[in-house]
Design a protein around this ligand. Sequence first.
Ligand code: FES
Length: 286
Amino acid sequence: MPQQIEDVIERIGGLKALDGISGTAGGWVQRATRSGAVKNALSGTWLGHPLHPVLSDLPIGAWIMASTLDVTAGRTGATSARRLVGVGLIATLPTAAAGASDWSDAYGATQRVGFVHAVSNAAATALQAASWVARRRGRHRTGVALSGVGLGITVCAAYLGGYLTLVRGMGVNHTAFQEPVTDWTDVAALSALGDGKPLRVTPGGVPVVLVRHEGAVYALSATCTHAGGPLDEGKVAHDGCLICPWHGSVFRLEDGKAMRGPASVDEPSWEVKVDDGRIYVRSATA
Ligand code: FES
């Protein structure tokens, strides 16, 4: 990343003056997404992939195509370009909702940069909306100009979005780089594992949480796939799931399936065997 751009983004991340408005907006979003069904829908838990980056291609793609038509086809492509601007506007609704849900779980510099990303996108959307109205009223050149400026802002906002994911790790699977442990590894005495009390062990240096529930012993990776929360500090639910202490993602003990967002990626599960009072684990992929 060019140094000047990096400096600007670092400065945005350090703007503590944003914390008041950003925190208030984050609180509203968290209240609006409190329901498990809403959080799962917006996080992409049902999809097994974060939803926001999938949807964001739609408005960006539509607006790029509209501006391409403006440049290459002029008034001949005016109707198609106006429709593409409209398609992009419609697509911003679910895209913004999914992004806001993801952003509301961030904090510190990540939340500040995310706030500027959101405000930039809102400004770009307002310009595209004004462009659509202008085009509809026959003011083609005004519409083209508004779309061009809006698309420029969208590109800057998309850069910030890429920074949030690729540099700050927002939305990435936090277990992605864990190496599987293929050999059965002795990790604890069965007597050390209380019912419903998670225990952290580290076979091969990988953090794993052991849970005894209704007589069975389960093992999942202890680093939450969502943002790296310590699952060994989470709570065991009566329905055989483990709840992350950071943002409340719920994983099924039996196989690590993400049952509630914000996590969209399942937690890696481990095979378990008990022999002579000792617990052994190995990666389920072994
Ligand atoms: S770290 Fe966010 S739910 Fe676990």
